[in-house]
Write a protein that binds this ligand. Structure first.
Ligand code: ATP
Length: 502
C-alpha cells in the first residue's frame, strides 16, 4: 500500500492523530492533500499560523483572527468550534515536536481528540522530522514513516533530470548504477545530488558515482541511526575461519543472483549471528560479507537508537530498518548485539528494550527484503534464547581463539601488509609455537609493534627475533580472560553452535 493510501485509510477509519515522520515537509503536505480527497486541509506552523490549502496551494488564512497565532490558541479555537464546523477537515501541525513537551498543548490536544471521538470526521496530522510522543497521547497517535523511492522511480527521476537539463544521454548500465547508488535517499536529496554532480562537469558520468556515495554516506550519518561503512577488506584479509568463509561464499552466490535464486526456489537469506571471543575477526567478517556480496555495509548503533521519549527508540529502530530496506541489497551489521538485548527475559530488561527486541524479532522472522543481517556479539550468555531459535538467523557461528594453522595465516597476512619484503625471511612456525592463546588482534598487535620498533631502532628489516621479543612482552587474551573464555567455550559446545574454524 502506498503512503497516500495508508493515510487515507487511517483518516477514513477515524484515527485521531497521524504522525508523519519526514524531513520533506512539502512532499508531506502534498501527500496529505492527495490522501484527504474532498476534505479541507488546514496547516499550522509557527511562521505561517493557521492557513487553508486549496488546489494544493496555500489559499488564505483560515480565519483572519487566527493569523500568526501560537499553537495553544489555535487548539483552543478548534475546541470551541462546533462538531459541524470541524467536520470534513484535516489539520496539519508542522514541526510540532518543539511543542510536545508543553503541558498546555498536550492537555488541549487530548481534549480535541476526545471531541473527535464523539464522531467528527476530523484528523490531526503531525508533520515533523523528529518523533516525540508524550505518554499522555501515546494511544491516540499512529506513526507513518516517510516512503523511500523504489529503484524504478529513482531511475525515472534521473532520466527526467537529464531530459529537463538537456544533458547528453547516459548509457543504460550507468543509469542502473546511478539508480542503485541513490537508493535510500529522498527525492529532494536525489535532485540536489544530481544538480551537484551535473554542476561539476556539465554531465553525469561514472566519476559522479564516487561523489554520490560520499554524499550519501553523510546523509545517512545525519539520520543518526545508521552509518555507511567504507570497506577495503577482502576475504584474503581473514586468516582461518574457513567454515564461515565457505558459508559466506555460498550466500554470496545467492545474493549476487537473487532473482535467479528466487526463481529456483531458494529462500531469501536472512543473516548470521557471529558470537565469540573478542578480537578474533567478528567485525572483519561483517565487512568481508559486504565485499563478497558486492553490496554496501550499514552499521546499526544500538546505543544511539535508544531515545528518551516514549516510542522514540522503536521509531528509530523502524527508521533504521526502513532505511536499510530502502538501500537494500545491503549488509546490515548489528554490532554488540548483547549490549542492546541483554537482560531481557526477566533479568532487568526495561520495557523499551523488551518492545524493541520484539520488533526486531518480528522483522527478522518476516523479512523478505535483501537486507542481510550480520549480528556480532562477544557474550551470548546474556542473549535471550528466542534470538537463537531457527528462523531468525540462517546460522549461528562461534569464533574461538585461532588454532596453530590459523595463527600462521593471520601472522602472514599482517606481516605481508606491512613488510612484504621481510616475509620470506621470517620463521612463521616458530612464532606460531609461541602464540598459543593469542587472538587475531593480539597477533596483529605484536606484528605492528615489532615493525614500529624496528623502524625506531633504525633497522632495515623486521626479523623473527623482533617479533618474538614483542610476543614475550605481551599478555595473550587467554591469559587475561582465562575464566571467561573457558565458560564461553563450554556454552558454545553445549548449544551446538557451528565453529567458524575448520
Ligand atoms: P571485538 O569483539 O573486540 O569487536 P572482533 O572479533 O570484532 O572483536 P575484529 O575487530 O574483527 O575483532 O578484529 C580486530 C583486528 O584483529 C582486525 O582488524 C584484524 O586486523 C585482526 N584480526 C582478528 N582476527 C583476524 C583474522 N582471523 N585474520 C586476520 N586478522 C584478524
Amino acid at each position: 500500500m502506498s503512503m497516500i493510501e495508508k493515510i487515507s485509510q487511517y483518516m477514513d477509519a477515524g484515527y485521531p492523530i497521524l504522525y508523519m515522520n519526514t524531513f520533506e515537509e512539502l512532499k508531506g503536505v502534498k501527500s496529505i492533500i492527495s490522501a484527504s480527497g474532498a476534505r479541507q486541509v488546514l496547516s499550522w506552523s509557527y511562521a505561517e499560523g493557521l492557513v487553508l490549502y486549496k488546489n494544493g496551494e496555500v489559499q488564505d488564512l483560515y480565519k483572519n483572527d487566527l493569523a500568526k497565532t501560537p499553537i495553544a490558541i489555535v487548539l483552543e479555537q478548534l475546541l470551541a468550534d462546533s462538531l459541524y464546523e470541524l467536520e470534513g477537515k484535516v489539520i496539519v501541525f508542522k514541526d510540532i515536536h518543539h511543542y510536545l513537551e508543553e503541558p498546555e498543548v498536550i492537555s488541549l490536544l487530548k481534549q480535541l481528540v476526545n471531541k473527535i471521538n464523539l464522531g467528527a470526521d476530523f484528523s490531526i496530522i503531525f508533520l515533523s522530522p523528529i518523533v516525540k510522543i508524550p505518554k499522555e497521547l501515546e494511544k491516540f497517535i499512529t506513526i507513518i514513516e516517510a516512503e523511500y523511492m523504489g529503484y524504478d522511480a529513482i531511475r525515472k527521476e534521473i532520466v527526467d533530470f537529464i531530459e529537463y537539463q538537456e544533458l547528453p544521454k547516459v548509457a543504460d548500465k550507468l543509469l542502473d548504477e546511478l539508480a542503485m547508488a541513490f537508493k535510500g535517499l529522498t527525492k529532494f536529496e536525489i535532485n540536489n545530488l544530481l544538480a551537484l554532480a551535473y554542476a561539476n562537469d556539465g554531465e553525469l558520468t561514472r566519476a559522479d558515482l564516487g561523489l554520490i556515495f560520499e554524499q550519501k554516506k553523510q546523509m545517512i550519518m545525519k539520520s543518526g541511526i545508521l552509518e555507511m561503512v567504507n570497506v577495503k577488506e577482502s576475504v584474503d584479509d581473514i586468516g582461518g575461519l574457513e567454515n564461515l568463509k565457505e558459508w559466506f561464499a555460498k550466500k554470496a552466490k545467492v545474493i549476487k543472483n537473487i532473482h535467479e535464486a528466487e526463481k529456483f526456489g531458494v529462500d531469501m537469506p536472512k543473516g548470521v549471528l557471529i558470537a565469540g571471543v573478542p578480537g578474533c575477526g567478528k567485525s572483519l567478517n561483517a565487512k568481508v560479507a559486504s565485499t563478497l556480496f558486492e553490496v554496501p555495509l550499514l552499521r546499526m548503533d544500538m546505543g544511539r537508537l535508544m531515545g528518551k521519549y516514549v516510542g522514540e527508540s522503536e521509531g528509530n529502530m523502524r527508521r533504521a530498518i526502513a532505511l536499510s530496506e530502502a538501500i537494500s541489497p545491503c549488509v546490515l551489521w548489528i554490532d554488540e548485539l548483547e549490549k542492546a538485548f541483554a537482560g531481557i527475559n526477566g533479568h532487568g530488561g526495561s520495557e523499551v528494550t523488551v518492545r524493541l527486541f520484539g520488533n526486531f524479532l518480528t522483522w527478522m522472522q518476516d523479512k523478505e527484503s535483501p537486507v542481510f543481517v550480520v549480528a556480532t556479539a562477544n557474550n551470548i550468555m546474556d542473549l535471550p534464547p528466542e534470538l537463537m531459535r531457527k528462523g531468525r538467523f540462517d546460522e549461528i557461528y562461534f569464533v574461538g581463539l585461532p588454532k596453530a594453522d590459523e595463527r600462521k595465516k593471520i601472522l602472514q597476512i599482517h606481516i605481508k601488509k606491512r613488510r612484504p619484503r621481510d616475509l620470506a625471511g621470517i620463521d612463521l612456525d616458530k612464532l606460531v609455537g609461541k602464540t598459543e592463546g593469542y587472538s587475531g588482534a593480539d597477533l596483529e598487535g605484536v606484528v605492528k609493534d615489532a615493525v614500529e620498533d624496528a623502524f625506531a631502532n633504525g633497522k632495515q628489516a623486521v626479523t623473527t627475533d623482533d617479533i618474538l621479543r614483542m610476543i614475550e612482552n605481551t599478555h595473550s587474551l587467554s591469559e587475561i580472560m582465562k575464566e571467561q573464555l573457558e565458560k564461553m567455550n563450554k556454552e558454545y559446545k553445549e548449544r551446538k553452535f557451528k565453529n567458524a574454524s575448520k
